[in-house]
Write a protein that binds this ligand. Structure first.
Ligand SMILES: [Zn+2]
Length: 823
């Protein structure tokens, strides 16, 4: 052959090595020989190989919607670990292209980059992979560069990114998932937009993801801005039920049937626990199972049938990352690859400081992450067997089946008869208040103490006195009596709330409800157990005293407890399917509470709605409108460095408005039809939604379909029995238009008719809005005329109006989310 240029020789050797690998993909065999923990540690300390440095030209890596071009530069591959080359560092001219497939993801990308398509050049990149990527680009590799300098300059970056991929790689290298089924490409790039990441992962629910880690200047914490996330092109064509798996959430691959937890609680902080998980493998092929657990809890051992299993806890997370997260990952390595349909029982023994005391007898359980190993928010049955000191009170999710006291220790068991999304407990030194709603017992537990800021604002002198006289019997009794009154007020209110909700949404799903005080501003509602913020136990006078404004006073009043009680139906009984559907449960819970407020105090209900509108129309520091954070269906992704309150503003504010718009559209149709109860049709749809999806997870589309079943004629755009116009235009978008009524012309004759134009501004071009039109009569009273559809920028219409109509007005009662209430 004569003298073969060295470059070709090198690349041939490389190609051969890679080929040998691809011919021998029997990773199963390899793992049998190889200890996964050792393999993991090797993957964590991967390094660039001086013998594998090349000049690269015109190479392309295409992973469905993700396109990466390495136009001209130098590339160094990592040393093989157990025969696998898993990464490469590139420097030179490169380009990345990802086109989001829908308007929501284009808008989301636009929030962070200002553009609707990711088409960026870059000058350096780390590329991680679990497949034949090196062979794929082998023919584009040429004369080796000055290898030593290149490798030493980029060794540290390669090690850091390699460590990020280590757990994902271990999953691949210990599994027998097919090569097409399990394939990823993770790319960290540096370019005009700074350092950002783009990834393709066949096993993820959203297979294409791009985003950027940003350090918050104030808190110095790292936040991740998720620019876009969507199923890749092949998966988009498949039915949801046919999609494969999500290795971290395990949504499809392993189901938890029963979680049995036996825990000894040592308040104010410590817990010793054993959790037995009864699992069924939905989709086999892997050896790793990843669980979430609070970072404050240390796993001592995990066993299966008495056999100790190998475990990785927090291994891949460096201490600064660790400090920002409530939960960490616990990875359990099973002795063999899992098979579909197989059952397994895992026992976790763990301990740690999962509670935090903020005032005497007032502790916070949830703040420090999840207290039992779980696979993400997932429907399961639970059995809790808890022991705690008798001077503390404990409430837990589910139905209490036993309670006894012995030697200063209490012991109780709680079971759930059906699946629930989360099991929790709260513990404190509480006073109790009880009320009855039919057969449902409502208990509220208030602590005698409040967080320091509240306590000192309420009674600065009293706090000092209590401190000095700590242990003084009369003071303690006084505080307990006061707490009892607070508890009774909450219990009485929520018993009444349950009655109202039962009439609207059907029977309360459990036999009891416990509402327990927690420190902080936020509350959470779990099956049978509510963590209720201290603020909800304050009287209106006390709120005034601590300087709360009107909105906060109302939103932390009975409205807050009513919202959490509504989660018994929306969130706990009917669960959400994915993060894209979580908004629906918050919006329905919030709207349930709002309907009660409307019943009791319509002016304050209006005030809350107007306040949400004002928040959505407000601009943030970078002059961006809060509503433009994105559609409700982006879920928790809405919170970012650009929109720090994105999730709260959109899911609660916009979400509540979306339900209000739907209810009022149904309401107006019923009024026009002369129905005796204008809310009956909408509430009956909510009952159907509950009945159909109780003990199951529902999606936004499921909700849409239920509403469509009883869709009034006046809401059928172009005559179709469909709410696509609303869900595409309003739910899947950030639309918040301004409306304008113009060119109004009356024709007075036998029948009074009027022609007019309605304009919509600040909207996506194809949005359709249903708007109520009213006639103003000579005595200035309003008479409902009709609901009209306004399609796009402007629509011309003609309507018949009552005789002696003076003027025409649109949406005088503010039932459409517009950017200004002067519509
Ligand atoms: Zn909520």
């Amino acid at each position: 052959m004569g003298s073969v240029p060295r470059a070709i020789r090198e690349s041939c050797i490389f190609a051969v090595a890679v080929l040998a690998l691809s011919v021998c993909p029997a990773l199963t065999g390899q793992t049998a020989r190889r200890n996964p923990i050792d393999l993991y540690h090797e993957l964590c300390s991967v390094s660039l190989d001086e013998k594998q440095v090349y000049h690269i030209r015109d190479a392309a890596l295409d992973r469905e919607d993700l396109h990466l071009y390495l136009s001209d530069g130098t590339i160094a591959f990592t040393k093989a670990v157990d025969g696998h080359i898993t990464g490469a560092y590139f420097e030179g001219d490169g380009q990345v292209l990802v086109i989001p497939p829908n308007p929501g993801e284009r808008a989301s990308l636009g929030v962070f980059t200002g553009l609707g398509v990711l088409d960026e050049t870059f000058h350096s990149a780390y590329i991680g992979f679990n497949d034949d990527t090196p062979r794929e680009i082998a023919s584009h590799l040429r004369v080796p560069e000055d290898a030593g300098d290149f490798v030493s300059a980029h060794q540290e970056a390669a090690r850091i990114y390699g460590e990020h991929d280590a757990l994902r790689l271990l999953l691949s290298f210990t599994s027998d998932l097919g090569k097409t089924e399990d394939r990823f490409l993770h790319v960290a790039l540096a370019g005009r937009l700074g350092l950002f990441t783009v990834a393709y992962d066949s096993l993820a629910e959203d297979q294409i993801v791009a985003g950027q880690a940003v350090r918050d200047a104030e808190s110095d914490e790292m936040n991740y801005n998720l620019w876009m996330a969507f199923p890749a092109s092949q998966a988009r064509g498949r039915r949801e039920s046919d999609r494969v798996i999500d290795p971290w959430r395990g949504f499809y691959c392993v189901r938890t049937n029963l979680t049995r937890i036996d825990a000894k609680l040592l308040p104010p902080e410590q817990m010793l626990a054993t959790a037995d998980l009864d699992l069924t493998v939905q989709h086999g092929g892997q050896r790793l199972l990843v669980f979430e657990l609070s970072r404050w809890l240390r796993v001592e051992r995990v066993t299966m049938g008495g056999q100790a299993l190998e475990v990785l806890q927090n291994e891949a997370i460096d201490s600064s990352t660790l400090a920002q997260r409530g939960n960490d990952l616990v990875t359990v390595i099973l002795p063999q690859i899992l098979h579909s349909g197989e059952s397994l029982k895992l026992r976790f023994v763990y301990r740690g400081a999962v509670m935090k005391q903020v005032a005497p007898g007032l502790v916070f359980v949830g703040e420090r992450g999840i207290w039992y190993p779980n696979r993400g928010m997932e429907l399961s049955r639970f059995e809790l067997h808890l022991r705690w000191p008798a001077e503390w009170t404990l409430a837990a999710t589910g139905r209490r089946t036993s309670l006894k006291e012995d030697n200063g220790e209490r012991e109780g068991t709680w079971v759930t008869d059906d699946v629930i999304p989360y099991a929790g407990f709260n513990i404190g030194q509480y006073s109790r208040g009880v009320a009855q709603s039919g057969s449902v017992q409502v208990e509220a537990y208030a602590s005698g103490s409040f967080e320091k800021e509240i306590a000192s604002a309420l009674a600065p002198h009293a706090v000092k006195k209590v401190d000095e006289a700590s242990g003084a019997k009369d003071t303690r009794e006084e505080l307990a009596l006061e707490a009892q009154h607070r508890a009774l007020a909450v219990a009485t209110r929520e018993a009444d709330t349950i009655k109202a909700y039962e009439a609207w949404f059907g029977p309360y799903p459990l036999s009891g409800l416990s509402l327990t005080q927690v420190p902080g501003n936020t509350s959470q509602g779990w099956a049978g157990l509510v963590f209720l913020s201290s603020l909800a136990f304050l009287t209106p006078a006390e709120k005034k005293k601590i300087g709360m404004d009107e909105f906060r006073a109302v939103s932390t009043g009975p409205f807050m407890a009513d919202h959490e009680t509504a989660h018994q139906w929306w969130g706990d009984l009917v669960n959400w399917r994915s993060y894209r559907d979580q908004w629906l449960m918050e919006a329905l819970a919030n709207y349930s509470a709002l309907m009660l407020l409307e019943r009791d105090d319509p002016a304050n209900a209006r005030m809350l709605l107007d306040h949400y509108r004002t928040i959505l129309a407000a601009r943030n520091e970078s002059k961006k409108r809060q509503a433009d954070a994105g559609p409700v269906t982006l879920g928790l992704r809405l919170t970012s460095s650009v929109y720090p309150n994105g999730w709260v503003n959109i899911a609660y504010g916009r979400g509540t408005w979306l339900i209000h718009m739907l209810r009022m559209m149904f309401h107006d149709a019923s009024v026009a039809a002369g129905d005796p109860d204008p809310d009956a049709r909408f509430l009956s749809a909510l009952r159907v939604f509950r009945e159909r999806f109780e003990h199951r997870a529902a999606s936004t589309a499921d909700f849409q379909h239920v509403l469509e079943e009883s869709l009034p004629l006046s809401l059928r755009y172009e005559g179709r029995r469909s709410l696509d116009w609303f869900f595409e235009g309003w739910v899947e978008s950030a639309a918040m238009p301004t409306l304008k009524l113009t060119q109004v012309k009356f024709t007075r004759g036998e029948r009074n008719t009027v022609s007019f134009v309605v304009e919509q501004h600040q909207i996506p071009p194809d949005i359709v809005t249903s708007i109520p039109v009213y006639a103003v009569m000579p005595d200035e009273s309003l008479r409902y005329v009709a609901r009209i559809f306004v399609d796009g920028r402007s629509t011309r219409l003609r309507l018949t109006v009552p005789a002696r109509t003076q003027r025409l007005v649109i949406d005088p009662y503010g039932t459409v989310l517009t950017d200004s209430d002067k519509s």
